[in-house]
Design a protein around this ligand. Structure first.
Ligand code: NDP
Ligand code: MG
Length: 387
C-alpha cells in the first residue's frame, strides 16, 4: 500500500485510540497530519508525538498554553478552539478519520468533505442529524465516505453496488446491550455503572449509554439509510447477543452475506483506513473453531422504544431526525451527570419528538446554521422539560 496522509479527529477517544494502535503497527503505510481532541490535552500531546503528527488541535481554548508547553521541543504545531478543528479538518490529506463524539463533529466533517477529502466516519450523530447535507456535500465534491461503525463497515463489505436492485434488506445486528434480559421496571432505575458496562464492546461513555437504551441501534438505522441510500422499510434489526456477525445484506436470490469478526473496533477501523486494500491489525481475531453457537432473536420494540423512534423519525423527516439526536445527546448528558434517571432518557426523547411536530418543519431547516439552531432548541427543550 502506498503511504496515506491521514488526520484523526477525536484521537483521544475510544475509536481514536483504536486507530492510533492500527497506525502504529503499520506506520510505514501512514503519514499522520493532524490529530485533535476535546479537552484531554495530555493524551493529545502524547498521541501527537507517538503518531509523529504535524499538527495538534484542542477544542477547549483554555488548554492552548498547556498544549504548546507539552509540545515544546517538537516540531508539532499547536492549535486551539472549535474553529481551529473545523479549519484543520480541511488540511490536505488522503483521509480524515471522524471519531469525535456527538453533533460537535458535524462542522469538521463538512469541512473535510467540502474540500474533497475522503472521510472514514465513526461519528454517527452528524449523519443522523444532518445526513442529507453530509451526503450532498460529499456528492458535490466527489469525496468518498467510508463507514467505520462496525455494522455499517460490515454492510459496506457485503454490499454489492452493482447488484443494488437485488438487495432485499440490510440487516443490522445488535447485541441488545446490558439490559437485554432485564425487566422494564429494573431498566428504568439502572445506574450509570450498569448502563456503561457493555457485554461485548469497550467504548466511550455516551455510546455505551446509547447501547443500553438501544438508541445506538436507532441511530444506526438512520445512519444506514443515509450511507447506503436504502429506504427504511429495507432496514431490519436482529438481536445477536454474541456480536460475532457485525451485520448482513440479504439478496433476492436467497443469499445472505454476513461479515464476522471479533468485537474489536481495530478491524473496521483498519478496513476503512486501508481501503481499498486490507491491512494487518494488532487487534483480536476470531477463532471460528471455538464458537459454540450464534443466536438471533427479534428486537423488543416495547421494551426498547428508541427502536421505534428511529423509524418514526425517518418517516417524519429531517427535523425529527435532528430532534431525535439532540434530545438523546442532552438526555444522556443529564443522565451521566446524575440529574435524571435512566428511564427518563427515552421519555425525554419521545416528548421532544412530539414537540418537534408542532414546532418546526423540514422546509424551514436547510443550512448547517439552521440545523445547529434547531439542535440547540431541542436541547434546551429537553432540559426545561425534564428538570
Ligand atoms: P469517546 O468519548 O471515547 O471519544 C470522543 C472523542 O471526541 C475524544 O477524542 C474527545 O476528546 C473528542 N471530543 C469530545 N467532545 C468534543 C468536542 N466538543 N469537540 C471536539 N472534540 C471532542 O467516544 P467514542 O470513541 O466511543 O465514539 C466516537 C464516535 O464514534 C461516536 O460518534 C460513536 O457513536 C462512534 N462509534 C464509537 C464506537 C466505539 O467502539 N467506541 C463504535 C462505533 C461508533 P477528549 O478525549 O479530549 O474529551
Ligand atoms: Mg455500531
Amino acid at each position: 500500500m502506498s503511504c496515506k496522509k491521514i488526520s484523526i479527529l477525536g484521537v483521544t477517544g475510544s475509536v481514536g485510540q483504536s486507530a492510533a494502535n492500527v497506525i502504529i503497527s503499520a506506520h510505514e503505510n501512514f503519514d499522520v497530519q493532524v490529530v485533535t481532541a476535546g479537552s484531554n490535552v495530555e493524551r493529545l500531546a502524547e498521541d501527537a508525538i507517538r503518531l509523529k503528527a504535524k499538527k495538534a488541535a484542542i477544542a477547549d481554548e483554555t488548554k492552548y498554553e498547556d498544549l504548546k508547553t507539552l509540545l515544546t521541543g517538537t516540531e508539532i504545531e499547536a492549535y486551539a478552539g472549535k474553529n481551529s478543528i473545523e479549519e484543520i479538518a480541511a488540511e490536505p490529506c488522503d483521509l480524515v478519520l471522524a471519531a469525535i463524539v456527538g453533533f460537535a463533529g458535524l462542522r469538521p466533517i463538512l469541512s473535510a468533505l467540502k474540500n474533497g477529502i475522503n472521510v472514514a466516519i465513526a461519528n454517527k450523530e452528524p449523519l443522523v442529524a444532518a445526513g442529507a447535507l453530509v451526503m450532498e456535500t460529499a456528492r458535490k465534491s466527489g469525496a468518498k465516505i467510508l463507514p467505520v461503525d462496525s455494522e455499517h463497515n460490515a454492510i459496506f463489505q457485503c454490499f454489492e453496488e452493482s447488484n443494488r436492485k437485488s438487495i432485499e434488506t440490510i440487516i443490522l445486528t445488535a447485541s441488545g446491550g446490558p439490559f437485554l434480559d432485564w425487566d422494564i421496571k429494573n431498566i428504568k432505575s439502572a445506574t450509570i455503572n450498569q448502563a456503561i458496562t457493555h457485554p461485548n464492546w469497550s467504548m466511550g461513555r455516551k455510546i455505551s449509554v446509547d447501547s443500553a437504551t438501544m438508541m445506538n441501534k436507532a441511530l444506526e438505522v438512520i445512519e444506514a439509510h443515509y450511507l447506503f441510500e436504502v429506504p427504511p422499510e429495507k432496514i431490519d434489526i436482529v438481536i445477536h447477543p454474541q456480536s460475532v456477525i457485525h451485520s448482513m445484506v440479504s439478496y433476492c436470490d436467497g443469499s445472505i452475506l454476513a461479515q464476522m469478526g471479533a468485537s474489536d473496533m481495530r478491524t473496521p477501523v483498519a478496513y476503512a483506513l486501508g481501503w481499498p486494500e486490507r491491512i494487518k491489525t494488532p487487534g483480536k481475531t476470531l477463532d471460528i473453531k471455538t464458537l459454540s453457537k450464534l443466536t438471533f432473536q427479534k428486537p423488543d420494540f416495547d421494551k426498547f422504544p428508541a427502536l421505534r423512534f428511529a423509524y418514526e423519525a425517518l418517516d417524519r423527516g429531517g427535523v425529527s431526525q435532528i430532534a431525535l439526536n439532540a434530545a438523546n445527546e442532552q438526555a444522556v448528558d443529564l443522565f451521566l451527570k446524575e440529574r435524571i434517571s435512566f428511564g427518563r432518557i427515552t421519555e425525554a426523547i419521545e416528548k421532544a419528538l412530539l414537540w418537534t411536530e408542532s414546532e418546526a418543519s423540514d422546509k424551514d431547516i436547510k443550512t448547517v446554521e439552521d440545523i445547529e439552531e434547531f439542535n440547540n432548541n431541542v436541547r434546551s427543550f429537553v432540559t426545561k422539560d425534564v428538570l
